[in-house]
Design a protein around this ligand. Structure first.
Ligand code: ZN
Length: 102
């Protein structure tokens, strides 16, 4: 991302650097991994069109709680929903059965 104004550029770099530090510490992934995943998802949440700019919130890092695998990036709503539904294959399948009327 090339910004011509050096002051804007510096502020951008500082933000990126802080975000990178936060990611590495909290989730053990790098900003590069985060950006790569976001790019793979088309720049938005796995389940909806929310982007990092939507509501000014950064998309949340989602991990498989059992294996620690970095699954993807989600908007706040969907990250919370996944947690609410129990975040396991069994619990999600129960939700699927429910919406199907089983
Ligand atoms: Zn979403």
């Amino acid at each position: 991302m090339g910004h011509k104004d050096p002051q804007v550029r510096r502020a951008y770099d500082q933000r990126r650097s802080r975000a990178g530090y936060h990611l590495k510490n909290r989730y053990r992934i790098s900003l590069v991994e985060y950006d790569k995943m976001l790019d793979k998802q088309g720049g938005h949440c796995v389940f909806c069109t929310a982007t990092c700019e939507t509501n000014g919130h950064k998309l949340a890092v989602d991990h498989d709680k059992m294996t620690g695998r970095f699954r993807g990036v989600l908007c706040r709503r969907h990250n919370a929903a996944l947690g609410t539904f129990g975040d396991t294959e069994t619990s999600i399948l129960r939700v699927l059965d429910y919406v199907r009327g089983k």
